[in-house]
Design a protein. Structure first.
Length: 159
């Protein structure tokens, strides 16, 4: 068996790790940042509570207030539906853009994880080659001493 490479050689052929976060941030435009900010905030419980409170107050006011103070007819809530639809029409594309940017960042991280795992597998294989090489040396030494390898490996561990 040939002697495996040493640790210095393993480290010398190792490429430096990439900073995928820096790579992802480097390509994010101002509009992408806005979409990410909106995606993060619209997808929060705080935003849900704001929309829920606004809806309850709007519907409650227009159902329970005196007819002279109601500003949206309680039979159809046309104005409330119009505002809700405008909010949805504006937020949907922004959320999709934000999710696309997040998806790109996730893909970069996944590629980086794969690179790290492949590198780790290569280094583990090198460690196994070293262990096998050392095992071959030990077997040769035991055989040279004239000791039966079966008696050496079957002995219980010393305590």
């Amino acid at each position: 068996m040939t002697k495996p490479i040493d640790v210095k050689a393993v480290l010398a052929r190792r490429k430096p790790l990439r900073n995928v976060h820096a790579e992802a941030v480097e390509h994010v435009t101002g509009l992408d940042k806005l979409a990410l900010w909106i995606t993060a905030h619209v997808g929060s419980m705080g935003f849900f509570l704001i929309i829920f409170t606004w809806t309850v107050l709007w519907l409650g006011w227009n159902l329970l207030a005196p007819p002279a103070l109601q500003f949206d007819p309680p039979t159809a809530f046309v104005f409330w539906l119009f505002i809700s639809n405008v909010i949805q029409i504006l937020l949907m594309p922004l959320i999709m853009v934000g999710q696309n940017v997040q998806g790109h960042h996730t893909e970069l991280r996944a590629e980086h994880d794969l690179e790290v795992n492949v590198r780790a597998e290569d280094e583990i294989a090198e460690v196994l080659r070293h262990l096998e090489y050392q095992n071959d040396i030990l077997v040769a030494m035991v055989e040279k001493l004239g000791v039966d390898i079966g008696t050496v490996t079957n002995k219980p561990a010393a305590r």
